[in-house]
Design a protein around this ligand. Structure first.
Ligand SMILES: Cc1cc2nc3c(=O)[nH]c(=O)nc-3n(C[C@H](O)[C@H](O)[C@H](O)COP(=O)(O)OP(=O)(O)OC[C@H]3O[C@@H](n4cnc5c(N)ncnc54)[C@H](O)[C@@H]3O)c2cc1C
Length: 414
């Protein structure tokens, strides 16, 4: 096999894996990164613990992608979750599988994942150029000839792998220049939208509850008449509204509905295991057992303390009122609120605060067997720059590693 110069732009998980694979196949690989370090976003991933993949089977894995699941069948057939886990374990990184089959390093530190990648970049002789930013590509007859840096310097290369990420968390370096270049070269770019993003509410009380997590609640999104989605999980109150795994997972759909101009309501069922009748009976029982107790103290058996005042404020009941004085109407209001604490969703937080970017280089312009552009010969795409996005759980990083692996291999072997 002849040795080619392969330039990889972007040292995130996709670019690093592409460079490692091409380097392993004895190519002359240059990895170009505008930051003074590699893997800045990877370090933040999984709240600093890096949920690097998910151990579920292929079909379940693909079903977690809102976009691009079918496209990924080929990259996954080359390098999937067990391959990725083996890759790290063979290099001394111990892994563990947590609930919902999320895979993390045993160390609970994303830095240990990055260390393995850094060592592999050295072992495979990848030359890294830090603080180096790509501005454009050099083409001849629709074929890659090199890349142009922001300082106008030209770096000749035979193949170019673009792995510059999306546009969320821009301080990590993902600012969308790669997408602009791809667009200029004629690739279709599917509209960029925030994915896995917190939601803002009209009501101000989530701000008072900032930091409070509600576990095992049912969250129901609707347009006021029809239920749109309803799932059980964990919700977090934030300064602007709501977040947490359940909200992030459902947020992609909500973003699209808000864009269509729909009213969106989130109803929180705080006691999904109990019917209204069962809850009413439980309240009555508690009221009869301790009639002199205040409603505030009685609710401590049902709700987190920090939620009680907000809750009683909404139903307009004095927290100091003894339960013997609570009227039937007030009890009914309490039950209704426990089964449906309503929030109006006004918008999502901006794309900069989204965990991933939905949209990107259209899959129609990429060959899934090689990750090569269908428009420019010798140009490959990998990672979040392409129109692929999934739920939380390790799916996005696996997609970045798998597409990076395939792009690196294809560029080396073509
Ligand atoms: C807070 C947070 C937590 C996350 N946690 C998880 C998780 O636990 N599990 C999971 O699966 N996913 C997680 N994700 C998503 C995951 O991190 C991304 O999908 C993944 O990093 C995408 O990899 P990438 O290599 O395509 O792009 P990026 O990681 O964005 O890397 C792109 C790189 O390209 C560089 N670059 C950009 N433009 C240029 C240029 N012109 N010249 C040179 N270099 C350039 C950037 O500096 C950057 O280093 C998380 C995301 C965030 C924001």
């Amino acid at each position: 096999m002849e040795t080619k110069i392969i330039a990889v732009v972007g040292a995130g998980p996709a670019g690093m894996m592409a460079a490692i694979k091409a380097g392993e196949l004895d190519q002359n690989v240059i990895l170009i990164e505008k930051n003074p370090q590699v893997g800045k976003k990877l370090l933040l991933s999984g709240k600093g613990r890096c949920n690097l993949t998910n151990a579920c089977d292929l079909e379940s894995f693909i079903s977690k992608f809102s976009q691009g699941g079918q496209f990924l069948r080929n990259p996954f057939s080359k390098f999937f979750n067990l391959d990725l886990m083996k890759f790290f374990e063979k290099r001394g990184l111990k892994l563990k599988t947590e609930r919902q089959l999320r895979v993390f390093p045993l160390s609970n530190r994303s830095g240990t994942v990055l260390e393995v990648l850094k060592k592999e970049l050295i072992r495979t002789n990848v030359k890294i150029m830090f603080k180096t930013q790509m501005k454009d590509m050099l083409l001849q007859d629709n074929k890659i000839k090199g890349l142009i840096l922001v300082n106008e310097r030209v770096l000749p290369c035979d193949k170019l792998i673009l792995a510059t990420g999306g546009i969320s968390y821009p301080f990590t370096g993902s600012t969308g220049e790669g997408l602009d270049i791809a667009r200029r070269l004629g690739h279709r770019i599917i509209a960029l939208r925030p994915g896995l993003v917190p939601l803002e509410t009209r009501q101000q009380y989530p701000r008072l509850l900032k930091g409070l997590t509600l576990k095992n609640i049912r969250l129901k999104f609707s347009d006021g008449k029809r239920n749109i989605i309803s799932e059980i999980g964990e919700l977090l109150f934030t300064e602007f509204g709501i977040s947490g795994p359940l909200v992030l997972t459902l947020s992609g759909k909500i973003v699209d509905w808000l864009k269509e101009g729909k009213n969106v309501y989130a109803d929180i069922d705080l006691k999904p295991a109990l019917s209204k009748e069962q809850l009413d009976a439980r309240l009555l029982r508690e009221f009869r057992l301790n009639p002199k107790k205040t409603i505030k103290n009685t609710l401590k058996n049902l709700l987190p303390s920090s939620l009680i005042n907000v809750f009683l404020d909404i139903v307009e009941i004095d927290p100091g009122k003894s339960v013997s004085q609570i009227t039937q109407g007030e009890r009914e209001s309490l039950v209704l609120l426990l089964k449906g604490l309503r929030l109006n969703i006004i918008k999502s937080r901006p794309i900069e605060e989204a965990m991933i970017t939905q949209g990107g280089v259209s899959l129609k312009d990429i060959n899934p067997r090689t990750m090569e552009s269908r428009l420019i010969k010798g140009l490959y795409f990998a990672g979040e720059i392409i129109d692929v996005d999934a739920d939380t759980g390790g799916f996005n990083l696996q997609a970045a590693f798998s597409t990076g692996y395939l792009a690196g291999e294809s560029a080396a072997l073509s």
